[in-house]
Design a protein around this ligand. Structure first.
Ligand code: SAM
Length: 262
């Protein structure tokens, strides 16, 4: 019996599972963690390719089920909330590998989970997720579109994002009400648009998108005056969705410079 409050929709489509595992392309010695293994639909085929797998699952009953059915020698189960889980503890001391993170995520927590993982991005090699299609559209969005927003900017600041393929509701049991899609996130080796004060940059992006239909001079009031926005090379009359990641980084850096002179 699937638990709605845990966002449980189990993958049943073997064609999709095969395609997803092929996209992940596990290598035997990868350091991999699955978030939300559920009944093991993805866990089993991943274990077939790997020497070892970690999995983080919140539901005690599913943990018990997985313990009964899967080889514990090659699987470490963590009964925990992925939103609070310290993923860096999975990297053994002195190990140079970084984590490959995979999961058919519970859609009700996918945005906070994305931000939680970003806060630990230094231990991550790559991430493959099944998500609500609308969320994947936002993760891979480009400036000037309605999908471009806080999520796109904050994730693309850290990662290259790729839409891999769509997954229809019939691929799950029970079938969700929405379309799903697979996304790949790969942390940039060097940040394309580094900022000097990340918390201020994050606050600025957040603030400006609370007034997404207004000119940025309004949303940026507490950070920069219109003349300072112009001095950063950006027209204060533009709306937030018209600005690129580079523009936001420039505004963030201007706001940081202003604050340090104040
Ligand atoms: N991977 C399985 C599959 O594809 O069939 C299950 C996917 S189901 C959409 C999401 C899974 O995440 C469920 O097993 C659910 O219990 C688990 N889950 C929900 N909230 C969680 C949380 N905060 N931390 C860890 N796991 C969670």
């Amino acid at each position: 019996q699937a638990r709605k409050r845990f966002g449980q929709n189990f993958l049943t489509d073997t064609g999709i599972i095969t395609r997803l595992v092929r996209s992940i392309a596990p290598r035997a010695d990868d350091l991999m963690v699955e978030i939300g293994p559920g009944q093991g639909a993805l866990t089993r085929p991943l274990m077939d390719e790997l020497e070892h797998l970690h999995a983080v699952e919140l539901d005690r009953d599913l943990i018990a089920l997985l313990q009964r059915t899967l080889s514990e020698r090659r699987l470490t189960l963590h009964q925990a909330d992925a939103l609070r889980f310290d993923f860096s503890t999975l990297v053994p001391e002195g190990d140079t590998r970084r984590l490959r993170v995979v999961g058919n995520l519970p859609y009700n927590i996918s945005t906070p989970l994305m931000f939680h993982l970003i806060s630990q991005i230094h231990v991550v090699q790559d991430m493959h997720f099944m998500l609500q299609k609308e969320m994947v559209d936002r993760l891979v969005a480009v400036p000037g579109t309605s999908d471009w927003g806080r999520l796109s900017i904050m994730i693309q600041y850290h990662c290259q994002t790729d839409f891999l393929f769509m997954v229809p509701p019939e691929s799950f049991s029970p079938a969700p009400k929405v379309d799903s899609a697979i996304v790949r996130l790969v942390p940039h080796q060097t940040l394309p648009h580094p900022v000097t004060d990340y918390p201020r940059f994050a606050a600025l992006v957040n603030q400006v998108f609370t007034q997404r239909r207004k000119a940025i001079r309004n949303g940026l009031k507490s950070f920069l005056a219109p003349a300072e926005i112009e001095a950063a090379g950006i027209d204060p009359g533009l709306r937030p969705e018209q600005l690129s990641l580079a523009d936001f980084a420039a505004l963030g850096n201007a706001a940081a410079a202003r604050a340090s002179h104040a």
